[in-house]
Design a protein around this ligand. Sequence first.
Ligand code: 7GP
Length: 808
Amino acid sequence: MYTIKTFQQLLTDKLAKHQGTTVEEASDKDLYYAVASIVKEEMNENWLKTRQKYKEQDERQVYYISMEFLIGRLMESNLLNCGMLDVCTDTLKSLGRDPEAVYNQEHDAALGNGGLGRLAACFLDSIASLRYAGHGSGIRYRYGLFEQRIIHGNQVELPDYWLKEDYPWETRKPEEALKVQFGGEVHTHRRFDGSLEFSYNDVDIVRAVPYDVQVAGYDNDVVNTLRLWSAELPPEDSSILADSESKYYHHLDHMHSIEQISGFLYPDDSHYEGKELRIKQQYFLVSATLQNIIREYKERHRAPLHKLHEKIVIQINDTHPSLAVPELMRILMDDEGFSWEEAWEVTTQTIAYTNHTTLSEALEKWPVDMIKNLLPRVFMIIYEINERFCKGIWFDHPELRDRIPEVAVIAHDQVHMAHLAIVGSFSVNGVAKLHTEILKNKEMKPFYDLFPEKFNNKTNGITHRRWLLQVNPKLSDVITEAIGPQWIKQPSKLIGLMRYSNDQPFLDKISSVKQHNKLVLAQLIKERTGITVNENSIFDVQIKRLHEYKRQLLNIFHVIYLYNELKDNPALDLTPRTFIFAAKAAPSYHMAKEVIKLIHHVASVVNNDKDIGDKLKVIFLENYNVSLAEKIIPAAELSEQISTASKEASGTGNMKMMMNGAITVGTLDGANIEIRDLVGDPNIFIFGLNSEEVLDYYAHGGYNAKGIYHTDERVRKIMDQLNGGEFGSQEIEFKDIFYHILYNNDPYFVLKDFDPYIETHELIERSYRNQKAWQKMSVANIAYSGKFSSDRTIHEYASDIWKLKPLK
Ligand code: 7GP
């Protein structure tokens, strides 16, 4: 355990030895690197020990393969988990330095888009904190998710070159590099025993170099690994002599195309782009990971490879890594000499698949020709998987024969990755109760009929260490003072706070922490936007990717409605509100970008209207990312979770804000339902159509959006304002939104849910006026949020799917 004194000494030595500087002279960046190096050294010994233990104990291990790990900054969470956050912060202060400024030097590792990527990061934290043997495997993209700038209300994307400065948390391991093969020709030979043997010619070889990032458990000496793969030219290729100019250029091109494989993260969330480079990325990740798993298995375990599934389980994060199925088959058959049957047995008992969305635009389907050219041998295997699967249904399930085209792995010259993932795995899980039910009864029904035993639910969670303990230390202290520190290791203990829900001094403390956090956020808003917000207004927050189904549009309609009301009746008694938005739109997503533009134009009208004053403010914070979320969430009072019911698989921002005492206003969608079931109707604001109603409308061609436009004056006024250019500089500004709603029949039910949404906000407004009642609601939300710790989720994965025991 360090004291301020010993930590100071350590820091001084570090600065002198590594940067040749003193505390007084050091820049914030120098201090950042010095502290990072202290923490990394602290973790090294346990890293080694953890690996040795895994070897000695010969226990089962999980590999979590994901195209995204949205880890954000690591300094504070590593300090926290190593028990050094407080002492480091205090030391920096004692030296007259601003800890925040030092921690802010870290560039977010934005190796993910949104929910799916952040979930993977929370899972790694929980796996290590619960002492499970689990490893992450992903791609070390040179460019993370784009940086967002807003120019005249328009989103502009800038490349996120996050590696331009040294990244202190990674260790390059060139000696563990592997080779991944693309293209070429497959040759078939018959062995003496009549079985077939496959060899490949003329393949392109890509070198996969691992960069390891330590994942420290909380206060337990476990340090696991997140292995990120980087694509490089094989060293033997770089020594090829170019004896002509054209050969030289060809060589450079080749090198460039290889490095592109880990070049950038595709910026689409819940939407897939059928680009060849993307499938290259997927295969690169899967092939390197599986070769690595098999190499480690051979080093670590004494059993033969036929028992791989007894020691190893592979969880694939959505279908992006579903080539793991044919790739594991290929390695076992072609490299290890397994028969098809033996390889299939092992593969389908090793791989488990998590689904994160039912949106059809997110379902990956790759053209057969693309896969055939790029991965000829893998394609042969997919073809055979499909043949055997379809034949199996034909003979064993004659009642399902006419559904074969619906479930086939290859249909209409496309490979359906979700079908491949379901057929090739032993577990298929959704991420919230409703989502799993929709998978079973609708989206994946024929598969559920075939393999009911594979389907299971694992409701998402978030790491309460980062999302409460780290980001909201003041609230954490108030909690610990009331119920003791056990909640940190057992978050379900937060329920003990319910004992204080009538304790006025306690409620006062909770509310003064919120007030403090609001002030801090108000300051950040002032710095970043120049706008002064009223710190006594309701902080009404919607932060998430911009997507039509998430309905930021409904939220901004509410703003416009309030604005219109105030203009009509300036004396209206309204509790002031600050609407806080942050969201990135996929660069090619036109409607999403239109909504960002609308929010900005409404903001500029509302924020600059003297009649409105500080009764309403609309804030859009640029470049939403993990570290910005960490600053907004502790100050949120109202959490907007207003997706079109049935569309949001789970949501995790809802859990983060609840845990920080915000009240949810939401639809009965995703995990909102489970939040409601816990806190009860009095502690949440539910409105709008439910999923059954929405699905029913879809089945009958939708509802009548024009009808609402014609009958609801408030709606017509807003729509006409958009169409008439009231919120734009030119007349045409928001016609796309107008026409989309009226002539595409409002597929996300914005107009349909408008009235209940407004009504619910009126109720919210009245509830907020009774501060004591509001604080009680807030406490109930914090108290029940323990269930949404990812520790609970990981316990469930570990006991039901992975069959892991914690490390002794
Ligand atoms: C998201 C879901 O939209 C969100 O509801 C869920 O909480 C989160 O995954 C974690 O499970 N999906 C994605 O981020 C995504 O890209 C497409 O899904 C595959």
